[in-house]
Design a protein around this ligand. Structure first.
Ligand SMILES: *Cc1c(COP(=O)(O)O)cnc(C)c1O
Length: 238
């Protein structure tokens, strides 16, 4: 077994344990393997274990990797449906690339970006899945819509054609312990519930990373985004 395969097995076990501890069915949490800074070979090793969803932060790097992965899979006669999630900041001049190449954009925090993604989504592709990134803790990492503006943004984004609003995403600062992490993730869960009470039907709450996925799952996460616990330490950090 490769190192990456062993790490994925460990992370899947952590997810299952956290689900059971929270009284949730393990199938309700999806593992997104965050492959930023790692090459196509690492992604292919993960695919060989059955992993299908990958998250990338840097758009140019991601698109190059998608092509390389496709070629490797063809060469290996490995047929697997792969899902690519954009989880990094999206500038206006990058929306076309995101609309053309990704299945999900999890880091949408402005209506203008959503409008461009909707206009630029090629008609032959299914709707682009969208999560709104929320600044749940007012952290130094200031990207994300403010909590009191999320409902309005969600209502506007839900009306756009070619997009499918799926839910919320957050990247809180590292919390000192489980209880503190749980409190922050619960802010996101409460916002998610509030938006659904207003008549939208969100099904996705993307939160939890290598260090804090247990607390996120406890609070109701449906996608955990895990990088270093699968692929190892990164040289360049976002
Ligand atoms: C890098 C990154 C991750 C993965 O972080 P790890 O701590 O390596 O698991 C998850 N989400 C986002 C938005 C990231 O940029």
């Amino acid at each position: 077994m490769t190192m990456i395969a062993a790490h994925i097995q460990t992370v899947r076990a952590r997810i299952e344990t956290a689900c059971l501890a929270a009284g949730r069915a393990p199938g309700t949490v999806k593992l997104l393997a965050v492959s930023k800074t790692f090459g196509a070979d690492a992604v292919v090793q993960a695919i060989a274990t059955g992993q299908t969803a990958f998250g990338e932060n840097y758009i140019a790097e991601a698109i190059e990797k998608m092509t390389a992965v496709r070629e490797s899979l063809l060469a290996l006669s490995l047929i697997s449906p792969i899902e690519w999630h954009c989880i990094g900041p999206i500038q206006s001049n990058k929306t076309r690339l995101v609309a053309e190449h990704f299945d999900w954009a999890q880091s949408v925090d402005r209506l203008k970006i959503a409008q461009r993604l909707s206009e630029q989504r090629p008609p032959h592709l299914p709707a682009l899945n969208i999560c709104l990134q929320v600044n749940v803790d007012g952290g130094v990492n200031k990207s994300g819509v403010e909590p009191d503006a999320v409902l309005g943004l969600a209502q506007a984004v839900a009306k756009l054609p070619n997009l499918r609003l799926r839910g919320l995403m957050c990247i809180p600062e590292n919390a000192p312990d489980f209880i503190a992490a749980l409190a922050v993730f619960t802010v996101a869960k409460d916002l998610f519930n509030k938006i659904n009470h207003e008549g939208l039907s969100l099904d996705t709450l993307s939160m939890g990373m290598s260090a804090d996925l247990e607390a996120a799952i406890h609070a109701g996460s449906t996608i955990v985004r895990v990088g270093s616990a699968i692929f190892g330490g990164r040289h360049s950090v976002t």
